[in-house]
Design a protein around this ligand. Sequence first.
Ligand SMILES: Nc1ncnc2c1ncn2[C@@H]1O[C@H](COP(=O)(O)OP(=O)(O)OP(=O)(O)O)[C@@H](O)[C@H]1O
Length: 754
Amino acid sequence: MSTDVVKEQPNADDQLSADEPVSVADQKIFEDDQNDALSEVLTAALRADSLDDLQSGSPYSACLLPLLRSLGWNHYARELIEALPHFSDYLELVDLRNILVRLGYESMPRKTRLNQVSNELYPCLFVDEDDKPLVLLSADEEHEGQVRYFDALQGEELVGHLDNRKGCAYLFTHINTTHGQTVSTKSSAEWFDQLLGRFRNLFGWLLGMTFLINLITMSVPLFIMMVYDKVIGAESVDALPTMVAGIILLLISDIVLRYFRGRLMGNMAGRMDYLIGVETFRQILSLPPILTERSTMAAQLARLKQFDSVRDFFTGPNASTLLDLPFIPLMIALIAFIAGWAAIVPVVMLLLFMVFGLMWLPVSAGRVLRTGQARNDKQKMLIQSLAGRSEIKGAAAEQSWLGRFREYSAESSTANYKAAVASSVINAVSQAGVAIGSLAVLVIGVYSVMAGDMTVGALIATMVLIGKVLSPIQQTFLSFGRFKQVMAAVKQLNQLMKLDVEKNSRASSVMLSGLKGRIGIDRISFRYSPNSDPALTGVSLVAEPGEMVVITGDTGSGKSTLVKLIAGMYKPQAGSLTLDEHDIRQLNAKDLRRAIAYVPQNAQLFHGTIAQNIRMNDVLATDEDLRRVAEAVGILDDILALPQGFETSIGDERTRRLTPGFVHGISMARAFVCSAPVVILDEPGASLDREGDMKLVSQLRALKGKKTVLVVTHRPSHIRLADKAIVLDKGLTKFAGEPEQALQVLVGGLREGK
Ligand SMILES: Nc1ncnc2c1ncn2[C@@H]1O[C@H](COP(=O)(O)OP(=O)(O)OP(=O)(O)O)[C@@H](O)[C@H]1O
């Protein structure tokens, strides 16, 4: 099912109006136990072919709403819609469980009989052996021993005695999540350890398979030994066919086992890739802007790219080597069994490798790390250059930029070269070690054979086995540098996942409904970092519902910072900021932003259609809603003049062809499509021509008295429209009061040469 769904049409109104109905997406689903509202809200909220189909589409879809209701889930329709799968309209059990995880409920499966699920564990989902789900709701209070349950196949709630059919009960717990991760475990276990923990069962299987593969690996030299000793030695080929058949069987098993081990590792690689990718992306999206703004886009991209190396390391050939390591003692024991003292050779080699490793590997690992850093620096530079290529050309700085790039490339190449030298030293030493080890075994073996303590077959088998023992040790050596690099990436990954996301910053969710839109700011102060000057100091402001307040002042005076604080992008370090009676710091950032329509200074369009861009703030907006807001912000005619109208693709290169006024209009429409009582416009006129500005002025006029409007602007035409104005200067309030007086303060500032 697509989340790009249409809601029931609100009263179409040409202008934005405070009286327009609250967006269905922003309605609570389970309004204070008014269960009737559920179907109404969702039927109104979802397209005719979405939830209805979803409910009848599969028994698991039918269970979704009864389950949520019984679990006491009480949130906005939009959250449910966002939790639904995007590309499927048929829910399987796994989809249902995933949706519930997204909504904050983890489920534990427990094999049991239907009538053995204890009442205390209700509500829960029970799936019998025929794949029929039931939602067990509660023990029936009126009839002893009877249970209220939802039968998905019949699609209704029933009361009755439960039979003793076998199946699996899924018990739900609220996980107080940040993205399905329990907050409590965050501090005790590192995120990456938790991730590996999810593969515990798979590791078990992989180790089991590797054990069998190693047994087969060990049996081949034993077979060679038997051929030498029993067939050639005894000059009898009678046993040979049986031995060959046996070994062929073993080799086939080896191929099959390696194939399945490869598949398992591929599966693990896919899941790891998905989990690392999705979870880090989600974490980055959930971080407070102040944290993500600290490093450049290029640096963030380079860091994200590093995380790929983690997946590659744990699922590539290195993983097979690591899996082989625990079986080395087994091989040494086998060598000791067939060749006696020759087993001392791999043990000594192991010790020598370790001594060499302690001396040389830190040097090599350092060089590999440096390679990674140099590559990252080069990539960052490349991304920055591509993003700013027009500016580079405009400044005719191609040559100096090329020079810089050469420096980065040279640094990266030097680092690569040094790492390659280090690696070749390790390679040479380990190869030599393997050769010396083999030679030593050969010499010891020859003496043993001469002395009659060992057969020729045993000597050959030992020679084969020694190669098998030393090879994983050699591989571990060679990949040690990368291992350190990956560990550094894992550390970064853990640090990223430890950062407090916005959702965590609140103690409890205050559901916002019926907001009037009063903004109260009392002596707030804010600085971007402890070492920087304050961007705002002791600023106070009150915007009553329906009032228009203009925030003006010189460049860098703190206007954008102030509106970003109101929009919940940052938290003030001192003072208070309230929306109606709620302290903004106590509010869920998502809820807050739904209550405030914020149009940033630089409008950003995303790859997709115009409709999708506008619907970002309300996935349930109908086509009629889109037309209404487009009309209100004055871009409806322009959109309809396009061959594909609202379905025209924009974003990426295509955005460049759109006029700034049109881009700004879409950004405004996106903000207005939701029914937020507060509207914040940061420099709305900045990119507009005269005609665009006139349109904007009439839009502002239309908003007046209907929504609380905060406008960051320098334009006298906007300032005059306002009910009150505040002039900022270096983060301080220079003036607060009548707009006309504010204009005089501004003009006075200009005259003074500011
Ligand atoms: N993300 C940031 N990190 C660090 N400092 C910042 C950041 N954003 C703004 N500042 C600093 O905070 C101060 C106020 O900036 P702000 O953007 O709020 O001013 P402004 O009045 O909106 O300016 P303009 O009119 O140029 O948009 C400035 O000194 C600016 O350098």
